[in-house]
Design a protein around this ligand. Sequence first.
Ligand code: 8YV
Length: 330
Amino acid sequence: RPTVWVSQPLIDAAIAPLRDRVQLRTTDTVTAWSPQQIAAQLADVDGAIITLNERIGATQVADAAQLKVIANVGVGYNNLDVDALSAAGILASNTPDVLTETTADLGFALLMATARRITESERWLRDGQWGQWSFQTMLGADIHGSTLGVLGMGRIGQGIARRGAHGFGMKVLYHNRSRLPADTEAALGATHVDLDTLLAQSDHLLTVLPYTPASHHIIDAAALAKMKPSATLVNIARGGIVDELALADALANGRLAAAGLDVYEGEPNVRPELLALRNIALTPHIGSASLATRTAMVQMAVDNLLAGLGLDGSPSRMPSAINADAALAA
Ligand code: 8YV
């Protein structure tokens, strides 16, 4: 039976079906694997199920002679050097679709928490400050009827646009490298604009785009300067999309009203400049964290793994391979 490494404790019920099919190497404790430890784990396995905490490139697979499949539990896979895996003939997969609506929910939750100052209000209440109430306490920004900007219009961006347009009567603008077909735009109620227009016109801007060299710090000081001082910004994609120091500076100096972050450049470390701010809602990368969705993500990773190993389906028919053509050709 092939050997499979599962890098973190995931959802037992979703991993269990693997036990009859493969030799499993699991861990009971959440582990911060070093690059060398990852290489050692991969050296003698046929497959691996991993999370975004495990960065895997050429060095990690250099000694992995039997490794055929890496199933990433997550839709974003900037933790993988896909070219290096393809060159080594290793199939990689992700978990799209199953987390779209749950992650869009969280994006909207952060938008609402940010615009209506929910976490800030709670802290104020817990700190015993209600006695200082005034008519102007915790004035926020309206969501209904405002302009929602969506930067990145993939599956999750579309889920957010739909919520904004149909649930809250928002005017929805978006920017994406490729424009959606006109009928999709019409169904979503979203209008394509250039990035500068999106920055200038959004009352609430959500970033939902993949993290690549091209999107690194796409929201930098110059981009923030184009936004309305009354605007709010929410990032649920990857920390590196936003220049966090420029964001902290804009929030501290009244050039942006508030921000909501689920992702950070140095996860699990959050910059003190962000933690020090009042006008920011912070969550620890919980976009896909509902029980049903996390279970579905693990199931999808298991399905990819089994197909990639040829145990159920075939390597050319993995449900969501990232690099099937290149890896199978290598
Ligand atoms: C993580 C995510 O995968 O799917 C993604 O890209 O960022 C999340 O769903 C999840 O936190 C598990 O690592």
